[in-house]
Design a protein around this ligand. Structure first.
Ligand SMILES: NC(=O)c1ccc[n+]([C@@H]2O[C@H](COP(=O)([O-])OP(=O)(O)OC[C@H]3O[C@@H](n4cnc5c(N)ncnc54)[C@H](O)[C@@H]3O)[C@@H](O)[C@H]2O)c1
Length: 419
């Protein structure tokens, strides 16, 4: 099957949260995969059969794929029949996409391409990026006919296949989710889809590259706008002295209403980032999407301000902040609003010792290490010693601490876990 389609040698460029599971799943289906990464620590770890981050079922799959000789690692670009690019796409200070990693990867791939090869961009990207990949390759390899110039007569097939897996369920969702594959031409989409047919049990929907790019951004902007609605409600109900959880519970009794849960902000490295790519693409039109981003980005400041005001009512307050990760029961602190809240409180109250607890975070994140008034402790100790308890992440372990140990303390539950 796959071997008949493209010869069966595949390179994955960028072996992080997306690239490594993709490479591993393909390798365990019998494809010969070379993972390419610029980070020697990642190359060495995976070469030893070790997954460099925690994700259920990934470790066993990686060690199996490496032991079978199906997955190997390299810092150099190998020759392959198909290339999947899964490098980071962060944003610049002005919220436009930083495509420098994608460009570097595309140019490195370009040097190795032969007619008939497939290049798939998996990185979340603004509309038009897949076409830029084709242009960047064409600039390095003027000998190749590229699809953005010659359309269906191209030597190289270039497509976008966005990833929508949920951390914590990546190995399941990678196989079961429906996939969108957008080609610069129809032939590009069909060729790229042949890679995903090797392991995907979901539906594979073929489209053009820019629609595929936009669809991925829309998914995360949709989530962001809905969370912003809940977060704005939480500010309004607070000012009206109403319980937001009670109001949302009642509103959700309506058969066609499903208000999401508010929180201390929005974290992870997709939802707070991707909507900005839409704003940058249509700055005059994306008003709601921009406002949603601003509402969600403001929320950690509001939470910190509330805690600081509460603390000023005590002569010598003891504050416990529970949770640092961006969501419950994972160890990922990327773009975590909880980290931002803790930093803001610690910075505003340098004389107050602040206890921080998170069973998934063994040491204070880098951005908090300069705050001498922060102390990482276990949750029970923090709750017992605190005058003010701030729940920032609804880890199961924290839910178990509810009520009994809160008597006489100020409790600020930003997640509704103890509601
Ligand atoms: N993590 C997720 O849950 C998720 C979900 C959907 C989409 N995405 C998107 O997938 C893309 C990758 O995200 P990630 O979370 O896997 O990132 P990551 O930071 O975990 O991994 C990216 C890897 O790429 C490597 N790299 C950078 N430049 C390179 C180059 N030129 N050659 C080889 N390797 C290079 C880095 O060293 C790193 O190991 C991003 O566009 C992201 O938005 C991520």
């Amino acid at each position: 099957m796959l071997n008949e389609v493209f010869g069966g040698r595949l390179a994955v460029i960028g072996m992080g949260y997306i690239g490594l599971p993709t490479a591993t799943v393909l390798a365990t289906r019998g494809i010969q995969v070379v993972g390419v990464d610029v980070n020697p620590r990642i190359v060495d770890a995976i070469s030893r059969g070790e997954a460099p981050f925690i994700e259920p079922d990934l470790q066993v799959a990686v060690s199996g794929a490496v032991a079978m000789g199906r997955l190997s690692m390299s810092r150099e670009m190998p020759e392959a029949d198909a290339y999947i690019i899964a490098v980071p796409t962060p944003f610049n200070p002005d919220h436009t996409a930083d495509l420098s990693y994608v460009q570097a990867a595309a140019e490195q791939v370009a040097a190795k391409l032969q007619p008939g090869n497939i290049v798939v961009l998996e990185s979340t990207s603004p509309p038009g990026t897949t076409e830029k990949v084709s242009q960047w390759i064409g600039a390095v390899r003027p000998d190749l006919k590229m699809p953005h110039v010659v359309g269906s007569n191209a030597d190289i097939f270039v497509a976008h296949c966005p990833e929508r897996v949920l951390p914590g369920r990546i190995m399941i969702e990678m196989i079961t989710n429906n996939r969108v594959v957008g080609g610069l031409t129809t032939a590009c989409a069909i060729k790229a889809a042949s890679i995903y047919r090797v392991f995907s049990q979901g539906e594979i929907l073929l489209t053009d590259a820019a629609s595929a790019e936009m669809a991925k951004l829309v998914e995360n902007a949709y989530r962001d706008v809905n969370i912003a609605f809940a977060n704005e409600l939480s500010l309004i109900t607070e000012s009206l002295r109403l319980d937001v959880w009670e109001v949302i519970k009642l509103a959700n009794q309506h058969p066609r209403v499903n208000v999401l849960s508010p929180g201390p902000g929005v974290g992870g490295h997709c939802i707070p980032v991707d909507p900005w790519f839409i704003v940058a693409a249509a700055p005059d039109l994306a008003k709601l999407i921009r406002t949603a981003r601003e509402v969600n980005d403001h929320k950690p400041h509001h939470v910190a301000e509330q805690v600081i005001n509460k603390a000023r009512r005590f002569r010598s307050p003891a504050i416990a902040c529970l949770g640092l990760t961006f969501k419950a029961n994972v160890d990922d602190i990327r773009e975590s609003p909880a980290v931002e809240v803790v930093g803001l409180i610690a910075g505003a109250l340098p004389e107050v010792e602040i206890m921080v607890a998170d069973p998934y975070v063994p040491e204070l994140p880098k951005e908090l290490q300069s705050n001498a008034n922060l102390r990482l402790v276990n949750a029970g100790e923090a709750v017992d010693a605190a005058d003010i308890i701030v729940l920032l992440v609804e880890h199961d372990a924290f839910k178990a601490l509810r009520h009994t140990r809160h008597n006489g303390k100020v409790v600020y539950d930003t997640r509704g876990a103890w509601a």
